[in-house]
Design a protein around this ligand. Structure first.
Ligand SMILES: C[S@@+](CC[C@H](N)C(=O)[O-])C[C@H]1O[C@@H](n2cnc3c(N)ncnc32)[C@H](O)[C@@H]1O
Length: 206
């Protein structure tokens, strides 16, 4: 299920040029979450590969990315970080991987965009080995009853058009907590990022 076209190419170009900002905003948190991962690591919605630099050299990195315009950048990121890359040109809702076959799954700013979050999380859980870790950083819905939550709902349509299908008002942490992991540890944080200011980061263990 690959995706291509002018809009997708533009989004890929935009994100590839945002790597420095990504490092500034999320770098310390990504070092904490991704630094200890080893073995076979799947990343859903890997984009241009800004997370490659946080993985240990030699890691097998299976990058699931439906937008083909990211693939060249993914190869460059993997090479720079010394990772053993496999690109899967598909979606998180259907991972072509065996049950209990990977050590970790990574998702950063992706669950806002996938079409079917419960299906994607079920796949994440299925492919993880027992004790395997799903690590995530996602922007999420603001608290119910706040002005920001109202705005997130009101602007969901146009925001989705300009931000490649991103939904700003997703209850992603609740979805992760409800996905059948044995343990979920998460913390909320906030960025100066307007509509997508509220974030969560954490680890869910299979
Ligand atoms: C906002 S970008 C984040 C990219 C990268 N993870 C990062 O942190 O920069 C969202 C990514 O999710 C991908 N994506 C969208 N729907 C997806 C799906 N159903 N399965 C896997 N990836 C998906 C998009 O192509 C895009 O690369």
């Amino acid at each position: 299920m690959v995706r291509r076209g002018v809009g997708k190419a533009f989004f890929a170009w935009l994100l590839a040029h945002g790597e420095r900002a990504d490092r500034r905003i999320y770098g310390a948190r990504k070092r904490d979450l991704l630094g200890g991962l080893a073995g076979i690591v799947v990343e859903i919605g890997a984009g241009a590969g800004p997370n490659a630099r946080y993985l240990a050299a030699g890691t097998r990195w299976i990058a699931v990315e439906p937008n083909v315009h990211f693939h060249r950048r993914l190869r460059q990121s993997a090479e720079a970080a010394g990772l053993d890359l496999e690109i899967v040109p598909g979606v998180a809702e259907r991972l072509p991987l065996a049950d209990a076959s990977v050590d970790a799954v990574v998702s950063t700013l992706v669950l806002c965009s996938v079409d079917r979050v419960p299906a994607a999380l079920a796949e994440v859980r299925r492919v993880l080995k027992p004790g395997g870790r799903f690590v995530f950083i996602e922007h999420v819905a603001a608290r119910e009853g706040t002005g920001l939550r109202w705005l997130q709902r009101a602007l969901r349509g146009p925001w989705g058009v300009i931000a490649d299908g991103c939904r700003p008002d997703r209850e992603t942490l609740a979805a992760i907590r409800g996905a059948g992991f044995s343990r979920v540890e998460a913390e909320r944080f906030r960025l100066r990022a307007g509509l997508v200011a509220p974030h969560v980061m954490g680890v869910a263990v299979r």
